[in-house]
Design a protein around this ligand. Sequence first.
Ligand code: XMP
Length: 431
Amino acid sequence: MILILDLGSNDNSALARMIRGLGVYSEIKAHDITQEELEKLENVKGIILNGGPLNVVDGKEIQVAEHIYRAGIPVLAVNVPNAQGSEKLDCWPQAEEEKKDFLKNFLFQTCGAEANWNMKNFIEDQVELIRRQVGDKKVLLALSGGVDSSVVAALLIKAIGKQLVCVHVNHGLMRKGESESVIDVFQNQMDANLVYVDAGERFLSKLAGVADPEQKRKIIGAEFIRVFEEEARKLEGIEFLAQGTIYPDIVESGTKTAKVVKSHHNVGGLPEDMNFKLVEPLYYLFKDEVRACGLELGLPYEMVFRQPFPGPGLGVRCLGAITKERLEAVREADAILREEFAKAGLDKKVWQYFTVVPDFKSVGVKDHARCFEYPVILRAVNTVDAMTATVEQLDWPILMKITDRILNEVKNVNRVCYDLSPKPCATIEWE
Ligand code: XMP
C-alpha cells in the first residue's frame, strides 16, 4: 500500500482515490503517526507527505517526524516546503493526466508497487477476514436497503451465509416498492436470514399531530432504535453488529488537520448493555468502490446506484403533521417521477429527485366541479457534496408528462409545481 500522511492538504481523499484508481491500495493517516504505528502497517511501499493550507495545528506549523525519513521507504513530498531529502513537488499545477503519469512513475518505478487492488481481491480478502473474525457466531445488521447496508449484507452473506441476521425495519415512510425489493433481493434471491418488521402503524401513531421537522426526525430516529433493539433482544446468541461505515465517514471524522469535523453515526445509539463487537467490512472503501463491490457481489444495478434517500424517508417530504392521505400522495407521485426519470435516462444523470406534498390545499376544478386538494412539488437537483446544489433544467415535455400523470393518477392532488430554487438559499429537502 501507499501511505498518505495528511500534512494539511484539503484533499487527501482525491489523492487516495487516484492511487487506488491506478490499482494500488492507499490509506490516509494523520501527520503524527508514530514509529510503532508505521511499523505495524503491512506492506507500505511508499509514503506521500501531502501538504497544503491546513498545515497549522494549535498555532504551530506541522513538522514531519524524523522517523518517517529513516523508515527505508521512498517518500514523496507534495507541497511540503521543508521536507528533507525526498522526492519533492511544490504543487500539483499539472493537468489530471500529467498527475497520473507522475504518480504512476512514483508508484511503479520508485516504490515498486504492484497494481493488484481491485474488487475481486478485496472481496476475497474480506470474506477470509470476516470468517476469521466471526468464527461460528452470529452477526446482526440493520438492513435499510440503502447502498452501504445492502453491500455489507451481500458481503456477509457470501462470507457467513445464515450466520448473518438482517433486520429490515419498514417505518412506513419508505418509497413505493422499496421494502418489497429488499425482501425480493435478500430473502428470495440471496436466501438470507431476514427479519422483516412492519412498523408503519407504530411510527405513524408516534408521529400523529407532530408538525415540527426536527421533532419528527427525533421521533423517527428514536423509534427506529427502539424497534431494532426489540428485535435484537428476541434473537439468541448474537455477538456481532455489522455496520456500513465507509472510508469518507472516517476521514471526515477528522484526520488531525481537518477543519470541518463531522462525526459519523451509521447505526449508533444502541444501548451499551447490548455490547456487540463491530464488523465493518467497508471501512476502507470510498463510495464508488462500495458500488463496484456491490455490483461484483451481484446486487441489482438500481440498488447499487440508488439515489440518496434521507433516513426519515418520506416523513420529511410529507410536510408538517403527517397524514395517511398525504403520505400516500407523496409516495405515489414519487413513484411516477422515478418511473418517468428512468424511462428518460435521467435517473443516471440527476443526483437527487423526489416529490413533496405540503400541508395546505388550493382550489381546482375536477369533473366540472370545484375541488380543494393538495399540490405536489417536484424537485430535481445536482450536487457534488450536498452542501450546495443546482436545479436540473428539465425539458418541458417531461415536466408535462409527469404533471399529467400525477394529476390523473394520484388521489387528492389538483396541482403540480416545479421547484426552481438552488441551494443556497433553499436546502435540497423541504424540511
Ligand atoms: P439538505 O436538505 O440539508 O439535504 O440540503 C442534504 C442531503 O441530506 C439528505 N438529508 C438527510 N439524510 N437524514 C439523512 O439521512 C436526514 O434527516 C436528512 N435530511 C436531509 C438530503 O436528502 C440530501 O441528500
